[in-house]
Design a protein around this ligand. Structure first.
Ligand code: 5U1
Length: 676
């Protein structure tokens, strides 16, 4: 390095390496070799050397955690592999069912080896490394696109800027959870309180708020920590056969791995782990809301695959959420997007798990009667993670002695006065007002603009209320006709917010078919169904042309959902919304349909595959069946038309025999598929 004596440059490099080593021993191994004071000494020496010779500073130096100036905003960060979420189980039975499904799908009789780990209640993060150096940190976002938070993630001491060893892949990504430990959280809140600044309701919010700090200098003052729980793509690392083995490797490379992660055998082993960690829970220095079980073997993870946004090979087993006691001020009826009336308890506000709760759902009329909740009652309220708070039970011994009124289902809609109908045998009662009902209209609009739908930022609940009440917006298409003047006339809408909103409305016009199908709010069409329709048909026009039988050829669409889709797409009002959306410039690219399902020779037939096929993989068999209009299901039922039996079939073959389902050999299947 020009002008710097070799000795100085060598000393700086040696210090960097030594400090990295101590960081690694401290964070990843929990085996510090020197005292904090000795560490500080080394750090000070390096800081002074770099100050005297700024040319020595490299971005990966441990002194450069606060590397950059404040950032202007969060740039979008596209994930190379989707960031999945987890299905939840709350009871031993649900975990038993999960394990049974895994074994059935794998055709395995013996106990499965699961990797079991605590589930941190923090913020999910993805860290990308190239040539052993941290190049990007991103939040989950919608699983596909997150926010670039590299500047603040770098300030977390337990996030390695440089990896240890040399056998890591040239480029790979790890996933983990950023959290704020209890002691750090309390100290931080105390400082904030003393300075009259914002305090956080709980460590999770504190972690999220800190990670989203635009100024890395501020982020660096927040006591954040991390546990890494896996590789984004295990195949990036050669020779790994299972999850726990991958964690061991990651620890060797310098990542902080939860020391409580270990193997559990079968559902029984998982449940024992759950109880053990449950007993430890109060002593842990960080919040967990459950434990996670993952099929350890990667080959099996691949075979099991994923549904929607969650893998079939993992499940979160949640601990019961905290409960609090409060009183019910009233029981009211809320009208949802599809007109469903939900009883809601208005509560005296109470802090539950760090969040102020003033409303709790009572789900439906049957639940309301079963729990017998009345105004004036003392109730236990529960929150589980992000789930809507609910009333667990009434403290009947504390019911006021004077007569209390039992809430009744109203005969007319509280929002629009239309009749309320309840179909015999169904728990749900609905307002019959359709989109003439302002409550349904508002909910439909909220859904339309939501993040996983059209993702129109800045169009929040209060603004939608105003737009509907001022009759500026009746259907989703009207959003695209809003003008600056109209918006400026609304409460709390200044020039800047109007400009931003118009920009995000404009941006949302370039969308995708799955987002549009989901945004339309067709009953029972969630994200997964929308994605499946889009993949199967490729264009909205093809979905519109499909009859109920053709719709059912798409995975996961049964007769009820197919009926809802057809009914929705026949309604002139909905057709007019779709054509106006197009007219105002909303567009979504079409893709090649997977198949012309209505014409497929196998349309209407459902296949189940069991055992190993010799001439093709299961996935190949599946796509060939689907390409001819057939459906492939993972479990045998009365609806199964054929079971294809390969080598070493599992219990599915047996079950199929009992139900009298037609058996096919691999050769017979190939013949049906038109040979070879
Ligand atoms: N410990 C742990 N938390 N957690 C969260 N593992 C883990 N794995 C996850 C998530 C969302 O997802 C993978 C199974 C994909």
């Amino acid at each position: 390095m020009s002008g710097i004596p070799d000795k100085v440059a060598e000393r700086a490099a040696a210090l960097r390496e030594e400090i990295d080593q101590h960081n690694y021993r401290y964070h990843a191994l929990s085996e510090p070799k020197i005292s904090d004071r000795e560490y500080d000494e080394l750090f000070r020496e390096l800081t002074e050397l770099e100050a005297a010779h700024p040319e020595l500073v490299v971005p990966q130096s441990p002194t450069q955690r606060v590397g950059s100036a404040p950032v202007a905003g969060f740039a979008p960060a596209e994930h190379e592999a989707p960031m999945l979420s987890l299905d939840n189980g709350f009871s031993d039975e649900e975990i038993g069912d999960f394990d049974r499904r895994v074994r059935e799908r794998l055709d395995e009789a013996g106990p499965i080896s699961y990797a079991a780990e605590p589930k941190l209640d923090g913020v999910a993060i993805a860290l990308q490394y190239v040539d052993g150096e941290l190049v990007r940190a991103a939040t989950r976002g919608d699983g596909r696109i997150g926010e670039n938070v590299t500047h603040s993630a770098r300030t977390i001491d337990s996030v390695p800027l440089c990896l240890q060893g040399s056998d890591y892949p040239q480029r790979f990504e790890v996933r983990g959870e950023v959290f704020m430990p209890h002691d750090g959280f309390e100290a931080f809140n105390e400082r904030a309180r003393a300075a009259g600044e914002k305090v956080f309701a709980n460590p999770r919010n504190a972690a999220a708020g800190s990670l989203r700090q635009l100024n890395p200098e501020v982020a660096a003052t927040r006591p954040l920590d991390i546990f890494i729980y896996g590789l984004a793509r295990p195949a990036d690392v050669e020779g790994l056969s299972g999850h726990l083995e991958s964690l061991k490797r990651l620890r060797e490379w310098g990542f902080k791995i939860n020391p409580l992660a270990r193997l559990a055998s079968g559902a029984e082993g998982c449940l024992a782990y759950y109880r053990e960690i449950g007993e430890l829970r109060d002593e842990l220095s960080y919040d967990i809301d459950g434990v996670v079980y993952k099929v350890d073997r990667f080959a099996w993870q691949r075979e099991l695959g994923q549904v929607s946004r969650a893998p079939r090979w993992a499940i979160a087993h949640k601990y019961p959420a905290q409960e609090q006691v409060t009183t019910v001020e009233a029981v009211e009826w809320q009208v949802g997007r599809t007109g469903a009336l939900t009883p809601v308890a208005r509560l005296k506000p109470v802090l539950v798990g760090g969040v102020m709760v003033s409303n709790a759902t009572l789900h439906n009329i049957d639940e309301l009667s079963r729990k017998d909740v009345r105004a004036g009652d003392t109730v236990y309220v529960r929150r589980a993670g992000d789930v809507i708070p609910e009333v667990v039970r009434v403290a009947l011994d504390r019911r006021p002695p004077k007569r209390t009124r039992i809430p009744r289902l109203p005969s007319t809609c509280p929002a629009c006065g239309s009749d309320v109908e309840r179909i015999e045998g169904e728990a749900v009662a609905r307002c019959t007002g359709g989109l003439d009902c302002p409550a349904q209209r508002k909910e439909a609009l909220r859904h339309f603009v939501s993040r996983l739908a059209m993702d129109i930022e800045g169009l929040g609940t209060k603004l939608i209320d105003q737009l509907v009440e001022a009759k500026l917006v009746e259907t989703p298409a009207d959003i695209y006709r809003l003008s600056g003047e109209q918006l400026l006339g609304l409460e709390r809408m200044g020039e800047k917010s109007v400009k931003n909103l118009l920009q995000s409305i404009e941006k949302s016009k370039q969308t995708t078919l799955p987002r549009l199908l989901y945004a339309l709010g067709i009953r029972e069409v969630g994200e997964a169904t929308a994605a499946s329709l889009s993949e199967q048909f490729g264009s909205l026009e093809a979905v519109q042309r499909a009859d109920e039988a053709a719709l059912q050829a798409a995975p996961d669409i049964g007769p009820i959902v197919a009926g809802h889709i057809r009914a929705f797409l026949r309604q002139p009002r909905n057709l007019s919304v779709i054509s106006r959306l197009k007219e105002y410039g909303v567009n979504w690219p079409s893709s090649e349909p997977l198949t012309e399902p209505a014409k497929g020779k196998l349309a209407g037939s459902t296949f189940v595959l069991t055992g190993t096929l010799s001439g093709m993989t299961r996935n190949e068999a599946k796509s060939r069946i689907q390409s001819m209009g057939g459906k492939v299901s993972s479990s045998i039922s009365g609806k199964t038309s054929y079971v294809v039996v390969g080598d070493s079939p599992g219990s599915k073959a047996e079950k199929a025999r009992k139900l009298g389902v037609t058996e096919l050999s691999e050769d017979e299947l190939v013949e049906m598929l038109g040979g070879t």
